[in-house]
Write a protein that binds this ligand. Sequence first.
Ligand code: HEC
Length: 147
Amino acid sequence: MKKIFLIAVVSTMTFLFAADMREDAILKRIQHLGSVCTSADCGLKTSGPGWKVSTSMFAAPVQVTDASGRDGKTVYEAACTTCHAAGMAGAPKFADASSWGDRPNKGLATLTMNVKNGLNAMPAMGLCMDCTDAELEASVQYMLDAL
Ligand code: HEC
């Protein structure tokens, strides 16, 4: 009787173990590339109530506005539209790709820096004297998005 019990236990365990292995193999096969974990935080829950995505799992997000910052549209309409709506003094016109030429190729960082420091007829800060760097960047991005 003892022997039969032992055999039953061992075979059940073998069965469970084998089932486990099969599940593992299947999971491995259906796992898509994006879900491969390369960080120590992979165990973190990414869904469900109160979920929080660990930012270390992703590249640092591009910060467009800071926590209290105005968005690009707001800044553009408050400060930049004066010159950029009509293309005053040679300013590249809003939503008019041909007047921008290849300026967008300078990249967001350079364009933002040129607004901050001023460029020829464009005064420093694009006349948004209380703008943060993030707000200037957001307004440049807003103009680029319109092209
Ligand atoms: C007083 C008019 C004026 C205001 C206000 C102004 N700009 Fe400009 N902006 C210009 C002119 C003129 C140019 C073209 C400068 C040049 O290349 O000679 C320009 C160029 C630019 C460029 C292209 C820069 C480059 O490197 O080619 C960007 C981006 C830009 N402005 C964004 C802004 C943003 C964002 C604001 C508001 C925060 C703003 N501007 C406010 C006149 C203005």
